[in-house]
Ligand binder design. Structure first.
Ligand code: KG4
Length: 333
């Protein structure tokens, strides 16, 4: 069974065709990064215009690549939340058109759940329940996922998301947008001496033991003050920024494991493209006897239609269909 997934919630326009929720047939992604780079962040109006310009072309490409036609499909899945309203509407209208013309059921998709569901394309499939660690430009969250369509937020950020902190730190240091890849590159150039002390304080050091929160604004401020005094230490700053940011992820993830007694962990989102983070999480999983899965292909960590088509398959099996009048929303609802 083939299904199509449409993603246009932020600054990537993407369409994919997936077979039986586990085999990716074709994936097209148009990244708008270059158009937003001069503004150091996503400009909603520009984002929706570019989605509109690109989306039909991407549909043609995805069909060409898969050698399928729209008649071969069994469902159309589309991200309808959370995201930029104008951007979501572009994907939503394409889904409505395909559904109307080819009489296909529509499955509306929660973007955050889709990020986690993309691991069903990996050889090793996750077992429910699992902890879903989502690290992206807009999220630093842990979800308790009991089933497809059933996930509960158990830890969230109280200020910046981790990807947002990467982008802001890169901006402070004069590095390229988006900040993640450029900060990672600089950090990789630094080798600390064995006796060196991390110049940045531990985040949320005094957080009561049972609380599960993330926060990155304090680290960002520490980076700013340190950089003002040490403007030539860019590589060192990037190295310790990452180290400090990852230490909090591990601390809160460990609390989540202890609280829920769940040791299956799925990690995804744009920040999972970071190789140092992958290595940290692999070691963490080994140390804590946890079963960790994240998308092997880094392209599947960022926003993409494959994750939408994949989750769409599992919700199709549950007959979780929407009418043509479905809503788009900036929040998870
Ligand atoms: O999931 P995503 O593509 O978009 C949403 O936020 O929905 O994530 C984008 C974020 C950006 O903040 C970007 O700086 C970050 O992911 N990112 C990285 C890396 N590649 C992208 N962060 C750290 N290391 C990377 N290699």
């Amino acid at each position: 069974m083939f299904g199509i997934g449409i993603e246009s919630s932020c600054d990537e326009t993407s369409i994919a065709i997936v077979e039986n929720g586990e085999k990716l047939h074709s994936l097209q992604i148009f990244s708008q990064i270059k158009s937003h780079a001069e503004f150091k962040g996503v400009v909603p109006e520009i984002a929706s215009r570019i989605h509109l310009e690109k989306i039909n072309f991407l549909l043609d490409q995805v069909l060409l690549e898969s050698k399928l036609t729209l008649q071969d499909l069994s469902y159309v899945a589309v991200t309808n939340r959370p995201g930029l309203i104008g951007s979501l509407m572009i994907g939503a209208n394409m889904a409505r058109c395909i559904s109307l013309v080819y009489n296909l059921p529509i499955i509306t998709i929660d973007h955050l759940e889709a990020h986690l569901s993309v691991v069903y394309l990996e050889d090793e499939k996750p077992n429910f329940p699992f902890l879903g660690l989502l690290l992206s430009g807009g999220n630093t969250s842990i979800f308790l996922v009991r089933d497809h369509g059933k996930m509960e937020l158990i830890a969230d950020t109280i200020d910046d998301a981790i990807g947002e902190a990467y982008d802001k730190v890169a901006n402070m240091l004069g590095l390229d947008y988006p900040g993640g890849p450029s900060v990672e590159k600089k950090a990789n150039l630094y080798t600390p001496s064995p006796v060196e002390i991390n110049p940045f304080p531990e985040i949320l050091k005094d957080l009561p033991r049972e609380e599960m929160k993330f926060s990155y604004s304090g680290l960002k401020t520490s980076v700013l003050y340190y950089f003002k005094k040490n403007p030539h230490d860019t590589e060192k700053i990037c190295y310790y920024f990452q180290k400090t940011a990852f230490a909090l992820i591990e601390k809160i993830l460990l609390r989540a494991i202890k609280k829920t007694k769940i040791k299956n962990i799925i990690a995804s989102g744009g920040v999972l493209a970071n190789q140092t983070l992958r290595t940290h999480l692999d070691l963490f999983a080994k140390k804590n006897a946890s079963n960790l899965i994240y998308p092997n292909q880094k392209i599947l960590c960022t926003d993409n239609g494959a994750m939408v088509a994949t989750l769409g398959y599992y919700l199709f099996k549950k007959e979780s269909f929407s009418g043509l009048d479905f809503k788009v929303s900036p929040s998870r609802l």
